[in-house]
Write a protein that binds this ligand. Sequence first.
Ligand code: ATP
Length: 358
Amino acid sequence: MKLIDKNLYYVGGVVRDEILGLESFDIDLCYEGNAIDFAQTLDVIKTNSDFGTVRVVVEDKEIDIASTRCESYPKKGHLPVVNNIGCSLKEDLSRRDFTINALAKNTVSGEIVDFFDGLGDLKNKKLKVLHDKSFIDDPSRIIRGLKFAIRFDFELDRETKKLQDEYLANINYDMSYHRIKKELKETFNLNSYNAYEKFVNENIYKLLGENQTPKKIDSRVEELIKRYNPESVWLIYMGLYDLSNFELTTSEKSIVEAYEKVCNLKFNTDYDVYKAFEEIPLEAVLMYGISINYDVAINYLESISKIKIEICGDDLQDLGIKPGKVYKEIFDYILRKKIETPSLDKKDEINLVREKYL
Ligand code: ATP
């Protein structure tokens, strides 16, 4: 059974992606009217009457259906307030970010509904906001614009670029940083140096908060990330900035703190590098590489970090050294020697212990 109704529409990204010939991440359905009433005869598993949304199961698949709704922004830059559930499809589409995301497709007739020439903008590869106050209402749309520009190789339409410049020259910092973070993650998880250049050149970095300064990074960042495959890609780019406006998870915090600790260190020897990087997250090493010294980070990842000493506690006992604090000191001494001369084998290590400790 397919979920169809003459008032039911595919909306947003799914329509855009189908026209672009791309696979969609998720399918958004919108019912012109009240979706909760519409779903009464279906297998409903969850409803949210404040937003007029409902989750149903069709052929073992969970599908979300939203009611058409109007939104307003009484507090600019913060979450909108829903004013009218069950409004017209046109009103619903007019609250969206860009014309290419304000398309709908009827589930029965397959007709594309296009009130704002989203089809024209898709063809011309343009990102155009629906009204002049769009970025004032929700500045996270600026980062969404950057994300779509990179994903689809689109450009901001001239007027939209002007609105973006105007907003960035006069930011209202009292905004929802939660939304900004979500979009930053999605954008910089794309691992695009090009996105980063636009972020800096177009002053989008100013959205991170007051008194930020743009940071220069090494253009080899993309290949570095591809080679080492870290989990938090976005943070390698964004962690260079002051993120105090954002709520970070424990692991995100530990990455940022580790980077802050190492970014001002001066290294005299490879052993210093080893000791500074050995227990910090990979992301922090990569951040050091793109912002402070690429060669030092690569040297650590490719060779220094792979150096391991071969002797163990049993070997020290065999030499007659009693277990105790001294073991750590010995292992550290051998490690230092091995980093200086990686060709040392186990016999050499034992000889070094003999020379110094027996
Ligand atoms: P993706 O492929 O990244 O999922 P998407 O367009 O589906 O792209 P979503 O974040 O899932 O993006 O949002 C779904 C739809 O909701 C968008 O297509 C757009 O119409 C609308 N939308 C999302 N975020 C905003 C926003 N900040 N302001 C206005 N409309 C938005």
